[in-house]
Design a binder for this molecule. Structure first.
Ligand SMILES: [Zn+2]
Length: 95
């Protein structure tokens, strides 16, 4: 077993899309080959980053949505809106 796994193959392994035997072979290889293990680690680190970005994006979007919802329901000035946002954040920290 001299050949290394490609990123695409490790991606399959990671997502449990590999056949049982393929997964066994891959796992056995990963136990012995730090190069491929590192590569797999990189993949999951990329994944974490993507998840973090997605989460950040969701927060961002919910703020935008709340903001535009507020826009239609209340006709207060931008100054008041900012204060409302401030108090909401403080409340979140408390709870
Ligand atoms: Zn390898």
């Amino acid at each position: 077993m001299s050949e290394h796994y490609k990123k695409e193959e490790l991606e399959l392994f990671r997502n449990h899309q590999m056949s049982f035997l393929g997964r066994m072979a891959c796992q056995a290889h990963l136990n012995k080959c730090s190069k491929c293990a590192d590569r797999l680690k990189e993949l999951s680190e990329d994944d974490d980053l993507i998840l973090q970005l997605r989460a950040a994006n969701q927060i961002f979007e919910s703020i935008i949505n709340e903001d535009s919802a507020r826009e239609t329901t209340c006709h207060s000035s931008k100054k008041t809106k900012k204060t409302q946002f401030g108090t909401k954040r403080e409340r979140n920290v408390d709870s």
